[in-house]
Design a protein around this ligand. Structure first.
Ligand SMILES: NC(=O)c1ccc[n+]([C@@H]2O[C@H](COP(=O)([O-])OP(=O)(O)OC[C@H]3O[C@@H](n4cnc5c(N)ncnc54)[C@H](OP(=O)(O)O)[C@@H]3O)[C@@H](O)[C@H]2O)c1
Length: 321
């Protein structure tokens, strides 16, 4: 079968499309014939080789962690009624960019008939991250929210979920006015530049900050938390957070502010499954948007990564085998 591999870490030219043997499912696994493959920020970080300390992977890996398609085979311990069903699947930190992907049966979800495979991979991973990151921040509808890094699929879902829950202030950081306009259509009330400036009507401080960007500016955004404010770091697209970040919290001791990280890995499969299914249904009703920048053939995986590296992806870019 066809698969994309990262032959050499660094720029996207180190990716190649090759033929590999058809996978055989382990006892608790399914094989999905992929129809849509999500290209995520993590895939780009792994390909660049910049997160080798955190996520050590060998050259030659097949990148990608979420796919949608039809279950074609199941392992010995899996209910055979899965065969032929449309499903979304999490493949782990690798294994997605190929014609037939394997996933544990506990990491797949059946798709509603009305939901396209492409829309499934735009929401299946990002939507639950947004939902549980907001919950981790103890978000309530009376809170003001800032989403730092609103233009990616996690940020977009966070904006929509916060707005739909009734938050009256949902600010975002973004690099362009056009992206800000689109985020406004999805529920953002205040559009800030990447430094957090640019809207004189925006509040100076927020009850909740969901940060997908990370990087050296995190301490400055800690200073944008209101008393009792909660900041949750759910991504680090701009790189690691300074090691002495705790000193900024301690400097504001009397403000009772909190900083936390959030990873979906800490959420049980059943809870993730319930939320994912609700969100898939919400997309079919138009209550949640699957925002897709483009769908490219699998052969153009390197081009998809070039678009990611150039910051030209709003929402999700998707590969189709
Ligand atoms: N917590 C979890 O369980 C979980 C699960 C999966 C992935 N992740 C993490 O989530 C991140 C990817 O999420 P995503 O796909 O939604 O994000 P993304 O699309 O890769 O990036 C989000 C947005 O951040 C802005 N941005 C990019 N570089 C920036 C920089 N240097 N400074 C400031 N803003 C910058 C860009 O928007 P503008 O150009 O509009 O500013 C970009 O669209 C990765 O860090 C990944 O590890 C976390």
């Amino acid at each position: 079968m066809r698969a994309v591999i990262v032959q050499r870490f660094g720029d996207p030219s180190g990716m190649e499309i090759i033929d590999v043997s058809h996978p055989t499912p382990e006892a608790d696994q399914v094989v999905v014939e992929t129809a849509a493959i999500g290209v995520g920020g993590v895939d780009a970080m792994i390909r660049r080789g910049t997160v080798a300390d955190m996520l050590p992977v060998p050259a030659g890996l097949i990148p990608g962690s979420e796919v949608a398609g039809v279950v074609s085979e199941v392992g010995a311990d899996v209910d055979v009624s899965w065969v032929g069903r449309r499903a979304w699947a999490f493949t782990g930190i690798s294994g997605g960019y190929c014609a037939f992907a394997t996933a544990r049966v506990s990491d797949i979800a059946a798709l509603p008939d009305e939901l396209s495979f492409v829309d499934a991979v735009a929401v299946g991973g990002a939507g639950p991250v947004a939902h549980f990151a907001l919950a981790h921040a103890h978000f309530g509808s009376a809170d003001s929210v800032l989403v730092r890094g609103g233009s990616g699929s996690i940020g977009i879902a966070t904006v929509e979920l916060a707005a739909r829950a009734g938050a009256r202030i949902v600010a975002v950081t973004t690099s362009s006015q056009e992206r800000g306009r689109r985020l406004g259509e999805l529920g953002a009330t205040h559009i800030l530049d990447r430094t957090g400036a640019g809207d004189p009507h925006a509040p100076t401080h927020f009850d909740v900050i969901i940060d997908i960007v990370g990087g050296t500016a995190v301490p400055e955004f800690i200073d944008r938390l209101a008393p009792n404010g909660r900041m949750v770091i759910a991504g680090m697209v701009a790189g690691p957070v300074p090691a002495d970040v705790g000193s900024r919290l301690l400097a504001g001791f009397q403000l009772s502010r909190s900083l936390a990280t959030f990873s979906l890995d800490t959420i049980g499969n059943d809870a993730k499954d319930v939320v994912r299914r609700q969100q898939f249904d919400a997309v079919t009703r138009g209550a949640l948007h699957a925002v897709v920048e483009d769908v490219l053939p699998l052969e153009r995986a390197a081009d998809a990564h070039r678009l990611m590296d150039a910051g030209q992806v709003f929402g999700r870019i998707v590969l189709a085998p």
